[in-house]
Design a protein around this ligand. Structure first.
Ligand code: BES
Ligand code: MN
Ligand code: ZN
Length: 500
């Protein structure tokens, strides 16, 4: 799919589909949009009536498709509601709905007009980002002979605008393309099944990303983990034939843009979570290939830092292991010693994410970073608390939370701050070791976060429990069914916009 900027007037382009964003309802739509007025004139005024008949509402969701039958350069118009307010999330939803409709209609060339009231770079970024993210599908394992043909993807998507400076337009589109590529990478990794993507395979993919994106790459295998005393991640990975490992990527900004800040990202990357000997039910295990969404978001983010000219030094650490059962697997009752010497009583082998993160966080903190952000599909309790669309965020630092929250707000990824309730530390106090790896059902997402807090090594820290939003049972807006890539866009906004 080629993504381009064209400084021509959108109405002049001979494309299969021209997407026209509209913020007003049917009766006002043509009157308030200069572009629609012009297109309406080309169709002898038929558009106004069609919009009224369709009870076209300016809110995002149900685009109207109009065949132009040779009267206009574009073969079809796709008129899509974007809401009345200049809110980028409703813009995204409007363009996302239009892109899906365009593909379904068979369009191979698509032009996007920008809203007249906001023909800006950020609006162009939002339009491309949402259109491309909405068209995502995971097709690696489809044999066409057995499925029949799906609608083909468009060949080109062009933003057309005469008012936007072409250099700014091109830059906005390049930014969108980098964000889409990074999110797509994260989605693909999460959708990939566990028989294909085990910890060894994650390392291979990470090395390829590092090579392609100019990142430093280090893999810390079992021998080195033993030397470092990383007893927690080693225990989780011991039951799998694919060995556990920490994968460390470093992005260093070019000197002329360097801020001097150093940030650590840590991602839970359990390529499959059976629960171990605290085994999950068949149903509970069903989607557990997604238990690497935190690490996938970190890898996706790292892949785009150079294109987005991130000014900070960023360390991305992927804590990769597979939580399996074997004669060698760890057990409930085992006592582990993490890299910082904290001893952990294993109450449940199914609370494995906090164990791999414990060592991953200590390792990352020791790289000299100034703050830590971890992402993890950590607890079912976070899903119970906030549902499937919102991430639970815990932070020891108000300013860090506020910067992350602003990035989430700008990208449309929904974040909600949760408390690190000190009283719940009682629930994870150890009987025979320093801490237990589960604190029981009450406040399960909170006690998991309190566990992780023991491993932040005194650094300002934010923890994003993405168990809910990492994966969708149905498609929604520009999020497909399956892996969403949640976290990538927030992290990229956090690291590459001037928020820090
Ligand atoms: N990977 C799961 C959490 C999860 C659940 C992610 C549902 C996505 C969807 C995690 O490792 C886990 O099993 N957590 C346990 C913790 C419990 C044993 C304290 C849980 O949430 O039940
Ligand atoms: Mn688990
Ligand atoms: Zn897990």
């Amino acid at each position: 799919m080629q993504i381009t900027f064209d400084p021509s007037h959108p109405a002049t382009l001979p494309v299969d589909a021209l997407v026209v964003p509209v913020g007003a309802t049917g009766d006002d739509a043509v009157a308030t949009s200069p572009l629609l007025r012009e297109l309406d004139a080309g169709l002898d005024g038929a558009l106004s009536g069609l919009l009224t008949d369709a009870r076209f509402s300016g809110s995002a969701g149900r685009p109207l498709v109009v065949a132009t039958l040779g009267r206009l350069p574009a073969r079809r118009l796709i008129i899509t509601g974007i809401g009345a307010a200049a809110d980028h999330e409703s813009l995204r939803l409007g363009y996302a709905a239009a892109a899906s409709v365009a593909r379904e209609a068979g369009a191979r060339t698509i032009a996007l007009a920008l809203p007249a009231e906001e023909a800006t770079g950020p609006a162009a970024t939002a339009a491309i980002e949402a259109s491309c993210l909405a068209l995502y599908r995971f097709t690696t394992y489809f044999g066409t002979a057995h499925r029949g043909p799906d609608a083909a993807d468009p060949d080109t998507i062009t933003v057309a605008d005469t008012t936007l400076d072409p250099t700014a337009g091109q830059a906005a589109i390049d930014r969108a393309a980098a964000i889409v590529t990074a999110t797509t990478l994260a989605r693909d990794l999460v959708n990939e099944p566990a028989n294909v993507l085990d910890p060894a395979a994650v390392a291979v993919r990470a090395a390829q990303v590092a090579e392609a994106s100019g990142l430093e790459f280090t893999e810390i295998g079992v021998t080195q983990l033993e030397e470092m005393g990383a007893g927690a991640i080693l225990a989780v990975g011991r039951g799998s034939r694919s060995e556990p490992r920490l994968i460390h990527l470093i992005y260093r900004p070019p000197a002329e843009i360097a801020s001097g800040r150093r940030i650590g990202l840590v991602g839970k990357t359990i390529t499959f979570d059976t629960g171990g000997y605290s085994i999950k039910t068949g149903e509970g295990m069903l989607d557990m290939k997604i238990d690497m969404a935190g690490g996938a978001a970190v890898l996706g983010t790292m892949s785009a830092l150079s294109s987005l000219r991130c000014p900070h030094e960023v360390h991305g650490v992927i804590c990769a292991a597979e939580n399996m059962i074997s004669g060698d697997a760890f057990r409930p009752g085992d006592i582990l010693t993490a890299m910082n010497g904290v001893t952990i009583e294993v109450l449940s082998t199914d609370a494995e994410g906090r164990l791999v993160l414990a060592d991953g966080m200590v390792y990352t903190a020791r790289q000299g970073v100034e703050e830590l952000i971890d992402l993890a599909t950590l607890t079912g309790a976070a899903v119970v608390a906030l549902g499937n669309t919102t991430a639970a965020v815990f932070s020891t630092d108000d300013a860090l939370w506020q910067r992350v929250a602003a990035a989430g707000q700008a990208t449309g990824e929904d974040l909600w701050r949760m408390p690190l309730t000190p009283a719940l530390n009682e629930q994870i106090r150890g009987d025979v070791g320093d801490i237990k790896n589960t604190g029981g059902r009450p406040g399960g997402a909170i006690s998991a976060a309190l566990f992780l807090e023991r491993f932040r090594e005194g650094l300002p820290w934010a923890h994003l429990d993405i168990a809910g939003p990492a994966f969708g049972k149905t498609a929604r807006g520009y999020l497909p069914k399956g892996a969403t890539g949640f976290g990538v866009r927030t992290l990229l906004e956090y690291l590459s916009a001037d928020r820090g």
